[in-house]
Design a protein around this ligand. Structure first.
Ligand SMILES: Nc1nc2c(ncn2[C@@H]2O[C@H](COP(=O)(O)OP(=O)(O)OP(=O)(O)O)[C@@H](O)[C@H]2O)c(=O)[nH]1
Ligand SMILES: [Mg+2]
Length: 404
């Protein structure tokens, strides 16, 4: 029990930065605990409400719609999926919000295929200011239009990432040769070619990634994800990472770490915002905040019914087989009674650890006083987070029959 609570907290005890400590101190001096809660709540809401709009563009047939679906964890047949393999008819950008994350939207842009293509007009027409960044998708040959578009995007002060899509096709084709080269050789050759062409056009520092929407987690996907994440501002990084489908163990682990950093804020708000007595417990806390947050965790880790069903579909596994890997209480059902039960069990569990870092905060004395559930709530939330992340890893391994 102590082990489980200790592990994540110790590794992330720097989770409260010097800046945050100073901010809390200032708020406390200004308006006591009430002001602290307001500030913390505000910072959480900035994170939770962050918008992210990503434009996916490229030539007609490059695989834009398939890519949009794969990045959203959808199969082409799923409800709400972008239509693929059909001739593009719409000249308007189409919005595809992430399932369960309406603030994060992938935009499937019209193709850039025609010879009379004018990049500046195109950007105007697709309302370029709306997007945080562009993904230029190219399959097969590198074309002049890609360069024109990339330059125009940079001229407008926006960022682009160059994705060379459908690399599974390239590998398949070279496998048919008499003396097939190594896979990595083929990939490196494609990478070099793209970089060279972009370099000749004065875009030498452009980022190039080789991907396949049919095997999204392979090839350069991890580098692609790491780069996007690194180059986004903090609150947008949060939205981006949480909305990603759990394609790899690395993504699940990153989500766990990210969420772990905000546990103390959620615990603080829920224990101070409303004094609602709980049956059978010696303290008060706002269970509805906890309930909402725990339901969000479940979705972040792809364990809610809709996410599991999508994964089962994508992996071609029966839903029941995946569900059997969900072992935590919360992963199976979530309601007020379950949460109160968990709070009852969590009492005291994480006290030692919480003290370890939280004493740096000036309001510590006030929090440690009787009746405030901060410690218990903190322990409960971190433990649930650990268990849901572990469930998520197990489900992923089962779905794709592999260590991830
Ligand atoms: N092998 C392979 N085929 C792909 C991949 N991505 C897309 N395709 C196929 O490429 C074709 C075109 O894909 P779409 O996603 O419809 O392409 P699009 O860019 O949206 O096309 P338009 O909307 O017409 O501009 C479809 O038959 C897809 O199945 C991939 O990663 N690998
Ligand atoms: Mg399309």
């Amino acid at each position: 029990m102590y082990e489980r609570v200790l592990r994540p907290t110790l590794s992330g005890f720097e989770q409260i930065s010097e800046r945050e400590v100073a901010e809390i101190q200032e708020a406390y001096e200004l308006g006591g605990l009430a002001e602290v809660v307001t500030r913390v709540q505000c910072s959480l809401e900035t994170l939770w409400n962050a918008r992210l709009d990503v434009a996916v563009t490229g030539e007609s047939g490059a695989g834009k719609s398939t890519f949009v679906n794969a990045l959203r964890g959808l199969s082409d047949e799923d409800e709400g999926a972008a239509q693929t393999g059909v001739t593009e008819t719409t000249a308007q950008p189409t919005a595809y919000p992430y399932p369960g994350y309406p603030n994060v939207t992938l935009w499937d842009l019209p193709g850039i295929g025609t010879p009379s293509f004018r990049a500046d007009r195109y950007l105007e027409a697709v309302n370029f200011t709306r997007y945080d960044f562009f993904i230029i998708l190219a399959s097969e040959r590198f074309k002049e239009n890609h360069v024109r578009l990339a330059r125009a995007i940079v001229e407008q002060g926006k960022r682009f990432y160059f994705v060379r899509a459908k690399v599974d096709n390239d590998l398949e084709a070279t496998r048919r040769r008499k003396n097939p080269p190594e896979e990595e050789e083929v990939l490196e050759e494609i990478r070099r070619d793209c970089r060279e062409r972009l370099g000749q056009a004065g875009l030498g520092d452009a980022k190039v990634f080789l991907l396949s929407s049919f095997e999204m987690e392979k090839y350069d996907f991890q580098a692609f994800e790491d780069t996007l994440e690194r180059e986004l501002p903090g609150h947008k990084r949060h939205a981006f990472l949480l909305s990603l489908p759990n394609l790899s163990g690395a993504i699940i682990e990153k989500k766990r770490q990210l969420l772990h950093q905000e546990v103390w804020k959620v615990a603080l708000v829920s224990s101070l915002v409303a004094a609602v007595p709980l049956p059978g417990l010696a303290f008060t806390c706002d269970v509805s905040i906890l309930l909402r947050k725990l339901a969000a965790y479940r979705q972040d880790f792809g364990l809610d019914a809709a996410s599991l069903a999508r994964l089962a579909e994508r992996a071609g596994k029966p839903l029941e087989v995946l569900r059997a890997e969900v072992r935590s209480v919360l992963g199976r059902s979530i309601n007020k009674e379950v949460v109160i039960g968990l709070l009852g069990k969590a009492t005291g569990g994480g006290l030692v650890v919480v003290n370890f870092f939280f004493h740096r905060i000036p309001i510590y004395g006030a929090l440690a006083s009787g009746g405030i559930s901060f410690h218990t709530t903190y322990s409960m939330l971190s433990q649930c987070l650990e268990e849901l992340a572990a469930d998520s890893q197990r489900v992923l391994v089962k779905a794709f029959d592999s260590e991830v």
